[in-house]
Design a protein around this ligand. Sequence first.
Ligand code: FES
Length: 113
Amino acid sequence: MSESTQLTDDFVRVCAVEELPVETAALAEINGVPVAMVRDDKGVVHAVNDICSHGQVSLAEGDVEGCTIECWLHGSRFNLDTGEPTGLPATQPIAVYPVIVQDGDVYVSVSAS
Ligand code: FES
């Protein structure tokens, strides 16, 4: 995400970048928080809260398209940079967590949310 973000003690190593193929999502639990790890169509890694803001559904099971992930239940898409839904029925954003990629590894902090 931000190139200026420092790799502080808040950040947890989640996986290697190559473990996340482009336009896929995977579920991770970071300090008890369910997180959808997503690699967008440009290869950028994102971390967002895994639970759809419209219902108790795992977003990591949805399709990734461009810089969005789709909730498989009712079809709302969420912007991976902002967490904002791009269409109904979801109206509330999901949390977006800072990501650092360093030496081929992905680190995420959920502590600021
Ligand atoms: S549960 Fe995700 S859009 Fe309805």
